[in-house]
Design a protein around this ligand. Sequence first.
Ligand SMILES: C[S@@+](CC[C@H](N)C(=O)[O-])C[C@H]1O[C@@H](n2cnc3c(N)ncnc32)[C@H](O)[C@@H]1O
Length: 349
Amino acid sequence: MPVVPNAVERLVMLRLNRAPGPVLDLVGGAAERTLGLALELDLFAALEASPTSLETLAARVDCDPAGLEPLCEFLVALGYLRREADTGRYANTRLTERWLLDADGVGAWLGFWNEVVFPFWEDNARTAIETGAPRQTLYEWLDEHPEQWRLAHEGFRAAANVLAPTVVEKLDVPGDARVIDVGGGHGRYAVALAERHAGVRATVFDAGPAREVALETARESGVSDRISFVAGDYTVDSLGENYDVALLFNVVHAHDGPENVALFERIRDALTPDGRLYVLDQFDGTARTALSRATVGFVGLTYLVTLGQRAHDVTDVAAWLAEAGFEVRDRHSFLTAPGVSLLVASPAN
Ligand SMILES: C[S@@+](CC[C@H](N)C(=O)[O-])C[C@H]1O[C@@H](n2cnc3c(N)ncnc32)[C@H](O)[C@@H]1O
C-alpha cells in the first residue's frame, strides 16, 4: 500500500515543513518498482495456497533467499505481505488477495504499467516535455511490438473491471438497445451492459489487435451470442447506423479538439435521433479531492508522454460535443475511480 504517514508525521512533514516531504515520493517510487518486481516474479501467486517459509518461497520463484528477504520485508512494510510472528512464514494480505490476485483486481493493470508504460516514459518523457509530444505515440509503439498489445488490452480491461459495475448503473439503456462501444478494446463495458440487460446487443469497434481479448471477455461472461467485434479505424471506417447507445470511454484523451469534434460527428451519424452518447474520461476541471486532483495531474502528464495529448478540460469537451450537434444532459463522478467523469449527451434537435 502507498505509505500513509501518521498524524504526527503529517504534521511535521506536510504542515510544519520541518522534515522533507519529498521523501514520501522517494518511498512511493521505490514501492512501485518493488511491486512491479514482485509481479514479474509471480511472488504473490506463489504464496496463494498458504503461508510459506522464505526458503520454500525462494525455491518457488527461483531466487536466492538472501536476495528475496529484503524484497519481502519491504512488501511487509508496505502492506502487501505479512510475516507470521511465530513461524516467520510469509503470506499475502487481504489487499493483495483482493486487488492483485483476484481476477477482478488490478494486477494486469499494474503489470502493463510496469512492463510497457513506465519503460515508455523513460524513453519519451523528457522529449515530450521539451517538444510537446513523444517521438511516437504509445499506440504506434504497440503496433511495432504487436506481442505487447494483449498486455495493453488486459491492462485496460483490469482497470475497467473495477469501474464497469458502477458505470453501467449510470447508463440509461433500453432493455433491447443496440449499443456500439467505440474504441471499446477489451469489451468489458459492452459485456457489462449485456450482462445487465438480457436484450442488449453490443458491437465493440476497435482496431484488430483487440478482437481476441474482447471475444474472450464475452465468452467468459457467457454473452458471446450478443457481442460482436468490428475491426476498424474509428476516424475513417463506417461505424454503422441506428444505434440506441454509443459508449466512448477513455478515447477523447487521445485526440485534440478538431479530431474529437469529427469523431463525435461520426458517432452522432451512427445514432438514432433519440440515442445517447456516454463519454467517460479523466477531465481537467472536475477534481474535488486531493487524490482526484493528483490523479488528473498524473494522467494529464501520462497522456502528454504517451499520446502527445492532455486531460482535456471538461468545458472544452462539452463545447466540442455541442459543435458536433450534441447536448450534454448530465455528468457523473465515481468514488471508486478518483478523477473519472461520465458525460451524458444526446443529439440536439
Ligand atoms: C485506453 S483504451 C480504452 C479501452 C476501453 N474503451 C476502456 O475504456 O477501457 C483506447 C482504445 O482505443 C483504441 N483505438 C485507438 N485509436 C483507434 C482508432 N483510430 N480506431 C479504433 N480504435 C482505436 C485502442 O485500440 C484502445 O483499445
